[in-house]
Design a protein around this ligand. Structure first.
Ligand SMILES: Cc1cc2nc3c(=O)[nH]c(=O)nc-3n(C[C@H](O)[C@H](O)[C@H](O)COP(=O)(O)OP(=O)(O)OC[C@H]3O[C@@H](n4cnc5c(N)ncnc54)[C@H](O)[C@@H]3O)c2cc1C
Length: 411
């Protein structure tokens, strides 16, 4: 199948990757409508793609070694404890992943889109109407355009999803992820807290169990890809309305918009809950580098309409624990790429895509929910876990799923 007009709503990770798939599928014309103007790259923090998922996506041609990344080789788990400023180490487990800065990953995908694709920044879509032979995109400037296929890659608050499934809404999971970054050179300021011989090496990710949640930390490239920054995240329940965060619809507090109320709450939580090294890490973060994400998840009844399909977070939102957000978006595009080469018409492409991706999206949502339950909402008494108890607990919470979600080859 070749030719036709493809309209993509949203030009982030999913949108850029789908644009690449459409170009490879030899669509006559592909237009990406991105509401934001200018570079998005300063707005992100970290994400990790596990090595197995990376290898599949690399083979499919959606990621490559030229995209700046930082290697993660193991994950050290800590609990509160007097043993060290790091806390008490419970266990170290192998964990092979590539850690990315969302901003540089987006930038690298964006610049791999062929010039023939029109990437229209500052173009907000207000409505999508699906039809048997075409789908129509209505823009905020009053214009309308018809396409053979419209892809909703417009993220967690997708209007394309709302047009297909008006009754399906993201659900608040009951807790926040507080995030931040700072240049790795500043870690030296924490050295004085560590005892002689104690170290935390560059390829180690850390998970620190706290009452009602946990903290994670690992290195990522900075937005230029040249240097590294420390990326941390603290999961825990928070009194949203007292903190001035309205949750009636999905929201996030991007870098640079942290209020005094939120900052005071976070710093008090960090001091109360975390071993000294990790609390000091939160305090090393400059105010404009904090990012707060109330956690949501969402399952849809289907991924496709007649001439409309959903990709990335527009299709399913999985909690960040699953490490599957960007991976799933890239897999959606890689699946479209594969099917584009096989399908003989648009309905066949849509049907094949829906059948392939709906179960994978659901599995990723389930994985995120399970980890959220076991490591935040019903988190264990981390301080009681000894190495053997920890291994049994870990096997029960992660089961056979790997972080990163299902393989691209899974059908
Ligand atoms: C600025 C930004 C920073 C992020 N940082 C991180 C991070 O650090 N770590 C992480 O794990 N995840 C991050 N995410 C989320 C991450 O990108 C997604 O979880 C995942 O990668 C899937 O991406 P997506 O393209 O489906 O959705 P998103 O990344 O949410 O992208 C949706 C895109 O659609 C555009 N859009 C929405 N509505 C419309 C409309 N009506 N008309 C036109 N365009 C529209 C948005 O501007 C956005 O660019 C970030 C997302 C954004 C937008």
């Amino acid at each position: 199948m070749q030719g036709g007009r493809v309209g993509i709503v949203g030009g982030s990770i999913a949108g850029c990757a789908v644009a690449l798939a459409a170009a490879r599928g030899k669509a006559d014309e592909t237009v990406v409508f991105e509401r934001a103007t200018g570079e998005l790259r300063e707005r992100g923090v970290g994400l990790a793609v596990n090595e197995d998922r990376y290898a599949e996506l690399e083979a499919a041609g959606f990621v490559d070694d030229g995209m700046p990344w930082a290697a993660v080789s193991s994950r050290r788990w800590f609990a509160q404890g007097e043993e060290s400023a790091l806390g008490r180490e419970i266990a170290t487990v192998p964990f092979r992943a590539r850690a990315y800065n969302w901003g540089s990953l987006w930038h690298e995908l964006r610049r791999r889109i062929p010039a023939a694709v029109e990437y229209r920044a500052g173009a907000a879509v207000v409505e999508v109407r699906d039809g048997a032979d075409a789908a129509t995109v209505a823009l905020a400037d009053g214009n309308e355009e018809r396409f053979d296929l419209v892809v909703g890659a417009d993220g967690y608050r997708s209007i394309v999803r709302a047009s297909l499934f008006p009754d399906t809404q993201p659900e608040y999971a009951g807790y926040f992820l507080w995030r931040g970054t700072f240049p790795v050179e500043r870690l030296a300021e924490l050295d004085g807290l560590l005892r002689r011989g104690e170290r935390w090496s560059a390829q180690e990710a850390a998970t620190v169990g706290v009452t009602g949640g946990h903290m994670i930390a690992y290195r990522i490239p900075d937005t230029t890809g040249i240097n590294q920054v420390m990326n941390w995240g603290l999961y825990g329940q928070a009194p949203a309305s007292a903190l001035g965060v309205k949750l009636d619809e999905p929201t996030s507090i991007p870098p640079g918009t942290m209020t005094d109320t939120l900052l005071d709450y976070l710093l008090a939580q960090a001091d109360d809950l975390l071993p000294p090294y990790w609390a000091a890490m939160v305090r090393l973060t400059d105010r404009e580098r904090f990012f707060v994400q109330p956690i949501y998840d969402l399952e849809v009844p289907g991924y496709v309409g007649l001439r409309t399909l959903l990709a990335g977070d527009a299709a399913t939102i999985t909690r960040p624990h699953a490490g599957a957000g960007a991976t799933k978006a890239l897999q959606d595009a890689a699946t479209l790429d594969r099917l584009w080469a096989q399908a003989s018409d648009w309905p066949e492409l849509l049907t094949g895509y829906g059948a392939a991706r709906l179960p994978v999206g659901r599995a990723a949502v389930d994985l995120g929910r399970r980890i959220g339950r076991d490591q935040v909402v019903d988190a264990p008494q981390w301080t009681d876990l000894d190495p053997a108890g920890f291994q049994a607990w870990l096997a029960s919470t992660m089961r056979s799923d790997t972080v990163g979600g299902r393989s691209l080859a899974a059908r």
